[in-house]
Design a binder for this molecule. Sequence first.
Ligand code: ASP
Ligand code: MG
Length: 422
Amino acid sequence: MKVFKFGGASVNSIERIQNLASILKEFPGEKIMVVISAMGKTTNALEKVVEAFYNRDREKASQLLQKIKYQHAGTAKDLLSVHYISCEAKLIEFFAKAESLINEKPVRHHDYYYDQVVCIGELLSTSIISAYLEETGIHNHWIDVREIFCTDNNFRDARIDWHTTQMMIRKKVTPLFRNTDIVLTQGFIGATKENESTTLGREGSDYTAAVFANMLDAKQVFIWKDVEAVMNADPKQFPDAEPIAELNYNEVIEMAYYGAQVIHPKTIKPLQNKNIPLSVKCFLQPSLAGTVIQDHIPENLPPIIVLKENQVMLCLETKDFSFIGEHHLIGLYKIFEKLKIKPNLTQNAAISFTAVLDDHPGKIELLVKETSAHFGVSITKGLSLLTLRHYKKELFEKLTERKNILLRQQTPVTLQVLMEDQ
Ligand code: ASP
Ligand code: MG
């Protein structure tokens, strides 16, 4: 058994969906669990629908949703013939749920509506692709992953109920493979016990694939991406970034933690726990080796560079010169949790605490408001956070040329500096 995950970029056009079919044809007779994301930037577009709805701009919400409907109907029409009518009926049904929701007045928490609307992205893409594969002779069984992945109701970042999900996989997914080679489903989404849709956090489809792999005892996971492999830096920021042939779980989990946009950070644990290798492959050139991630310490790792722009430094100081104690920190982390803010770096001193955060405009203002009840607060915006692993001094010097360093943290392997332009 293999698990394949195709991200939004791999299914964002007719040609790419056709390409997905030709990749599957290269694995005849193999049992494959296929996990697919929403097409292209559909999730972003659905987020805008929710935003408009929550701002009580019903008309805008409805227009934005119509646009998404129109695009998906067009894709289905271009790809399908005999299965078009049945697929269209399915799409209409998913849209109808979202449409009726955005015609209500928002009375529940924003994140609840977010998940009910945003989840359709994956349901639409997989319905169209499943029908298309069927038409090209790739028999497959489509399932609604919300009937399998049981989560809590922490909307937008739901946690999987491991026990129930494992049970559902045994009961509903494993038997399907007796009659079909390919089971196809959605990444990123799940549902509560009460059947309310949930999402697992942006870019969460990798995680879905890893959970399936763990629970199905898969031999291997393939994540098909538009890059040739995992690179040692983001090629958009560093044009001479190089591919890495082999990585171990530990390195990848650290890279993801520090913000490298390789794989969703939660993806590694379910794979490491069952020692399942993960291949990151290029869907445009499937013959390239890509990157293999497994439990084996690779030799000659290149330096790994992660640069996070648009960072904010939040400095808090006790108002009465008292030490920063546990109670301060507990209070502070409760505020972070409430606002769903995850600091990228923190540092404690006697009477002060510093956190480096992504600059979410609305959230930072709220954070300042909440913390200033207890602390003297200052913020500095427009910073960048550089993380280097396995680096040499020369590289550090080159990357910090003409920068002021505001904060520095170091372990034997990792160096992090918060910097601003001179
Ligand atoms: N469609 C979701 C997103 O764009 C999940 C994913 O792509 O992994 O975040
Ligand atoms: Mg994606």
